[in-house]
Design a protein around this ligand. Structure first.
Ligand SMILES: [Zn+2]
Length: 589
């Protein structure tokens, strides 16, 4: 044990003091067999700054629950000191790259350090070296830092290398790549603050995918492609195509969609295009009217192959943004002003594939066999990765909205629920104001759920809620101090997603308003019995009741039969199922 410790220390010392090795990762020095611990991120972050003070600034942007610093490297070309201040002020397009949101999928950390070292030491292609004159790169080597330090050999059973790696979730067991909208974790609060500060044109989120075995080594999935402003969609599409082309030229076998079969373990079922909800990084960037790219290197490729693929995705993106980013940066500011023009327009909140349009693609797979399994009692698939094969499979390409709403002028949050809503608005950098003058009885839209259903299982620490129903006009009292959140601001699509109750990642869907959907007062059954007796003397009520008895579900349920009368009684709680946020379609006067 001790001997091993000396060896490790000796190795680290050599890394620290060897001049050519000082900026190399453990991954590079072990020929991509191992990846370093977080102490290496701390060391490299500072070592890069020391060696290239005009190019790199090592910043801390938060602290994890276990007390570790969250680090980012700001990389740019500056002739002055205070690099990150200078880079921010220059308003150059920012490319944001993050590794290790799922810390076991750590390719991005080693890819980023490798590329940055090659650029700064003039080893990269001259165009890439020059890119730093046009672009600011903000690189977060490891987003899920505590997860990274839950280090072990068996954390990724479906992945080839490195020898040991971190864990998928945080110390609080949050999956950060579900936390972008609800912002539960301290890590996500810090991350969104960093995004607010740097406002990247594009953000790359570097993962390693699981799933089937095939020849393709990397996939990129972009947002927004099917919603939002046309110009932003075109930007995302152009970046996607240019990165895919760049990768192909370099000998990679990239894909432009998420490579999971429509039916599990059935390659012939094919693939589809879709829209990522904003709980994911690329979806979140999309609803902020920026470009998000999910990068998935393929887990069954060795670590060297994967890190190279991740590195080359980042490099290709830098090259494109160096060429076109200046113009896009200007354009995006104009587009932010145009987001308001979408008020009153229908916009999708959730999407599905229509399964109508498809193209046959040549997918580079392996020979496989499906046979009965004595273990599971169903079938199992075996891939023969020494027998490459081209699969002719469908790719479904038409994506359509499944749930849509009209983007309103804004939302009103009454005082009662502000303690829940305000921290979320602040985390996202959304503007809001207190209503001072427009108080009193006003006609707004309210959402009273026709039906609602709590999720059976806890998910990411929340009990989800699904509602059905429509917004309806009603007069309510607006009190001084109620909040108005206008959609006439650049983050309108994000606001729309947070507040529309049927949105997949709305505050309501994540369960933040569950208390409003719990019945808190009751009528004793024997009291309801006498109320019912009285009510049934009314022929209209009697008729409706008898009609309902024809439905067996109603007829067989004593609770439903009694509730029918309780709901008609003045003691029934009218706020049960009433969403405590109002919507306004016209300017609040
Ligand atoms: Zn992942």
């Amino acid at each position: 044990m001790k001997k091993y410790l000396y060896l490790v220390l000796g190795f680290q010392a050599c890394v620290v003091f060897g001049s050519t090795k000082a900026l190399k990762t453990t991954a590079e020095l072990t020929h991509w067999k191992q990846t370093g611990r977080y102490v290496e991120v701390e060391r490299l972050c500072k070592a890069f700054t020391k060696k290239f003070p005009q190019n790199v600034d090592c910043i801390s942007f938060g602290k994890t629950p276990e007390g570790r610093q969250m680090r980012a490297l700001v990389v740019a070309d500056s002739k002055k000191g205070l690099l990150s201040f200078y880079a921010k002020k220059k308003k150059r397009p920012v490319v944001f790259v993050q590794g290790g949101i799922h810390a076991g999928e750590i390719d991005g950390k080693d890819a980023g350090f490798w590329l940055i070292r090659e650029i700064l030491e003039n080893e990269a292609n001259p165009k890439t070296v020059k890119a730093l004159k046009e672009v600011t790169l903000v690189f977060v080597p490891v987003f899920n830092v505590d997860g990274h330090e839950r280090f072990g050999k068996h954390n990724r059973p479906n992945q080839v290398g490195p020898e040991e790696m971190g864990w998928r979730t945080t110390a609080q067991n949050y999956n950060l790549n579900r936390d972008y909208m609800k912002v539960d974790s301290p890590e996500m609060k810090a991350m969104i603050q960093l995004l607010n500060q740097w406002d990247p044109l594009i953000a790359l989120d570097l993962h390693v995918t699981d799933g089937a075995k095939f020849q393709h080594d990397v996939s990129i999935i972009m947002e927004p492609l099917f919603y939002g402003l046309k110009e932003t969609r075109e930007m995302a599409l152009e970046i996607k195509e240019m990165v895919l082309n760049g990768l192909k030229t370099e000998g990679h076998l990239p894909l432009g969609f998420y490579p999971s079969f429509l039916k599990e373990d059935e390659p012939s079922s094919g693939f589809d295009l879709g829209v990522a909800p904003p709980r994911y990084s690329q979806g979140y960037l999309g609803v902020r009217n920026r470009v998000g790219m999910l990068v998935e290197t393929h887990s069954w490729k060795d670590y060297a192959t994967r890190v190279k693929a991740a590195r080359n995705v980042v490099e290709n993106t830098l090259l494109i943004i160096a060429e076109k980013g200046k113009q896009w940066r200007k354009q995006i500011e104009i587009l932010d002003g145009q987001v308001s023009s979408q008020v009153g327009q229908e916009m999708g909140l959730a999407f599905k594939n229509s399964e109508k349009k498809k193209e046959e693609i040549s997918f580079l797979g392996y020979h496989y066999q499906i046979e009965d399994s004595a273990v599971s009692g169903t079938t199992k698939i075996t891939y023969f990765s020494n027998q490459p094969e081209v699969w002719k499979v469908p790719l479904y390409t038409e994506v359509i909205p499944e749930i849509s709403e009209r983007i309103p002028e804004g939302y009103i949050v009454p005082k009662s629920f502000q303690s829940i809503v305000i921290p979320k608005l602040q985390a996202h950098g959304i503007q809001f104001r207190e209503i001072e003058d427009q108080v009193g009885i006003k006609e707004v839209e309210i959402f009273r759920a026709d039906s609602f259903k709590f999720a059976e299982k806890s998910f990411e620490g929340h009990q989800g809620l699904k509602v059905t129903g429509e917004w309806k006009k009603e007069k309510v009292t607006i009190n001084p101090g109620d909040l108005f959140v206008s959609t006439r601001q650049p983050k309108a699509f994000l606001i729309f997603h947070l507040f529309e109750p049927k949105g997949p990642d709305s505050l309501l869907a994540w369960g933040f308003f569950n208390s409003r959907f719990e019945q808190k007062e009751y009528m004793e059954n024997y009291v309801t019995e006498s109320v019912a007796k009285e009510m049934l003397t009314n022929p209209e009520i009697k008729k409706v009741f008898e009609e309902k008895l024809k439905q067996s579900e109603f007829e067989e349920s004593p609770e439903k039969r009694l509730e029918f009368f309780y709901r008609l009684h003045p003691s029934w709680d009218q706020t049960l199922g009433l969403y405590p946020v109002y919507r306004v379609q016209e300017k609040l006067k």
